[in-house]
Design a binder for this molecule. Structure first.
Ligand code: ZN
Length: 164
């Protein structure tokens, strides 16, 4: 890694620490020539294997743009999309694999998206799971209702616990 100040090729690591819950390492370096300090960051490259067999680097931006399409006209702002993409990346990285098939990225999106917005979730799921009939939607909506009822009940009991 060349020094960003003087372009010298040699530097010494003076400190390194894990960030993002161990998913990245940040190193503080000191240039062997000018002595100035700079920081580098190291993350494991996460490759997504497409159905065609082509691999590409995982990108949060791609998650965001894919989900944004499903969120058109919905009250979901950019912050929420960024947070969702971060959760997707964390859940994928937590598996500790260097390569994952692209459909697992879609799978990792479904859970957080369902919490975020039911309509956007149905749109996304209909494409991702290639719904082909009204029944597919009906079944998914039934599951969604159940999940939402479960979440609401959980919230109620949390509030009750808070009240005690
Ligand atoms: Zn330097």
């Amino acid at each position: 890694m060349r020094c960003p100040f003087c372009r010298h090729a040699d530097s010494r690591v003076v400190d390194s620490r894990e960030v993002d819950e161990g998913q990245a390492i940040r190193r503080r370096r000191s240039c062997a020539s000018c002595g100035r300090r700079f920081t580098t960051s190291e993350t494991m490259v996460l490759a997504v294997v497409k159905r065609s067999g082509v691999t590409e680097q995982f990108s949060r931006d791609k998650v965001v743009s894919g989900v944004r399409r499903a969120c058109q006209g919905r009250p979901v702002d950019d912050d929420a999309l960024q947070q969702l993409a971060q959760r997707v990346e964390e859940s994928i990285r937590s598996a500790g694999l260097a390569e994952i098939p692209s459909h697992e990225v879609g799978l990792a999106i479904l859970g957080p998206l369902r919490e975020l917005d039911g309509v956007a979730y149905l749109r996304f799921a209909s494409v991702y799971r290639s719904f082909s009939s009204v029944e597919d939607f009906e079944k998914e909506i039934a599951d969604l209702r159940e999940a939402m009822a479960g979440a609401a009940a959980q919230k109620d009991s949390d509030q009750r616990e808070d009240g005690d």
